[in-house]
Design a protein around this ligand. Structure first.
Ligand code: SAM
Length: 242
């Protein structure tokens, strides 16, 4: 997968060279390009912002540098990326969206700063590429860079070969619509707290049932709204009715 990120703080994206994603980059599984939006300014101050029409506090990112950035990175008539624009006004970023985006060959992320990007940029881009305005959650960050780091990590770990064991993301929270239940490693008893006996039993079906039950209980307790989208059998319903 090819990933391009445009930001006025390219240094903020340095963690893309670290850890899991960094290794995927060095192994050639992901190609990352980080670009300074100010490359596409022409004034001496390399200005990227201006005051909003209609008044109001704060500054907005001007459309011109963004238009030039899009034209340079994805020239008209050539292959086009899917453009992801982080914004608190976007649709929520979920595991399902991470999975959908992980199937794309090329993603381009546009990091907003100040009060965001002039709305015509997304409209202009939508004429030639798929544009997703995506929110990380119901809070406001200072810029899109942190949101991009989150999204690239969630998307990148779903790509074939990035995780050592693909089964680990298949069992993650949200993969089956539920939160993952509690998990334990050695020692069997730690500070007086034992590991649930079933996990030591070697009985695979019993362990799978216990994990499903714990997932159901945890989801019901912490995120009950998720249960509506999960297909439940009689055994599941019995656990939830306890
Ligand atoms: N005025 C904007 C609003 O109220 O919707 C907030 C702009 S915010 C200060 C600056 C930038 O941070 C946004 O353009 C976006 O790139 C990023 N950002 C802030 N909160 C975010 C969130 N919850 N999800 C994704 N990106 C966010």
């Amino acid at each position: 997968m090819k990933i391009d990120v445009v930001s006025i703080f390219p240094g903020y994206l340095a963690p893309l060279r670290e850890s899991l994603i960094g290794k995927a980059v060095s192994r050639g599984l992901i190609e990352v390009g980080v670009h300074d939006l100010r490359t596409w300014t022409s004034d001496v101050h390399r200005t990227v912002d201006d005051s909003p029409y209609g008044g109001g506090p704060g500054m907005l990112m001007r459309p011109e540098p963004w238009g030039l950035a899009l034209d340079a990175l994805a020239p008209l008539g050539g292959p086009q990326p899917r453009l992801v624009v982080p914004t608190p006004a976007g649709r929520p970023f979920t595991q399902a969206l991470a999975r959908e985006l992980s199937a794309e060959p090329w993603l381009l992320f546009a990091c907003g700063r100040y009060e965001g990007i002039d709305s015509r940029v997304a409209a202009y881009a939508a004429d030639r590429m798929v544009v997703d305005e995506v929110s990380l959650g119901d809070y406001v960050l200072a810029g899109g860079e942190v949101a991009v780091l989150v999204m690239v990590e969630a998307i990148g770990r779903l790509l074939p070969g990035v995780l050592g064991n693909a089964a680990s993301h298949e069992q993650d929270s949200f993969s089956d619509g539920l939160l993952e239940g509690p998990a334990y490693t050695r020692p069997e008893v730690w500070r007086g707290l034992p590991v649930p006996e079933v996990l030591l039993s070697g009985h695979h079906a019993g362990i799978a049932r216990w994990r499903r039950d714990e997932s159901l209980r945890r989801t019901a307790q912490r995120r009950p709204e998720l249960l509506g989208a999960v297909s439940l059998d009689d055994a599941d319903r019995a656990v939830l009715e306890q």
